[in-house]
Ligand binder design. Structure first.
Ligand code: MLT
Length: 211
């Protein structure tokens, strides 16, 4: 199953409704391909789920790209890893037979950051994104046209890693591309709460059917 094009460890669960929007699940630092499957099932019960494991190891913890320090990213590695992940998703869509044109990324922390990077540098990959505790990953050389893309950002009021000013920068950056951005602050820190998940589930129900 791991052909060269599918060279990420991953899990794929077909959905009960093959026409339902597929979810791309991207874990946080130290997570793996199993972590977000229950979350994906909770927010989109009938969707196919694709969940890769990040290939970079930081002290043994999987991530999707290298960082130099907390919140300071290795931009060359980020660009390379973004492209590598985008190619994997394209190959997985073909292999498993799901459409990319209604793919929704759901990322947490490091996974949200690479999802935001993919929106900015490989905009053909997804049409909606749920970004939990995300930061500005990079400023693209050329701004993509994301006017058909919907993004929901779930921030935490007491997040010690992502201050509100960083969330605001991300919202402004994505709005410059024309994306339809919804921002929500939970009464929480960097970790996710049930309240975050319920809000994301409601948003996906209202915004993503039939995209
Ligand atoms: C990152 O490195 O992507 C962010 O600092 C979030 C994290 O993974 O801790």
């Amino acid at each position: 199953m791991m052909s060269a094009d599918l060279a990420f460890r991953h899990r794929f669960e077909p959905g009960a409704e093959p026409a339902a929007e597929p979810l791309l699940l991207l874990h946080g630092t130290g997570g793996n391909e199993d972590d977000l499957l229950p979350l994906g099932r909770m927010i989109a019960p009938h969707s196919p789920l694709l969940s890769p494991r990040g290939k970079v190891l930081e002290n043994g913890m999987p991530r999707f790209f290298r960082r130099l320090a907390e919140g300071v990213f290795d931009l060359e590695d980020l660009k390379f890893r973004t492209s590598e992940l985008a190619d994997f998703i394209t190959a997985a869509a073909q292999h498993y037979g799901f459409a990319l044109d209604n793919l929704v990324a759901v990322g947490y922390s490091n996974g949200a950051n690479i999802a935001a990077s993919m929106l900015l540098v490989r905009p053909e990959i997804m049409h909606a994104a749920i970004l939990f505790r995300a930061m500005v990953p990079l400023i693209p050389d050329t701004f993509p046209n994301l006017s058909s893309v919907r993004v929901w950002i779930g921030a935490g009021h007491q997040d010690p890693i992502v201050p509100a000013s960083e969330t605001k920068r991300l919202v402004e950056l994505l709005r410059r591309t024309g994306a339809d951005v919804t921002i929500r602050f939970a009464k929480a820190g960097h970790g996710l709460t049930n309240d975050d998940l319920e809000a994301a589930r409601d948003w996906i129900r209202e915004s993503c059917r039939g995209i």
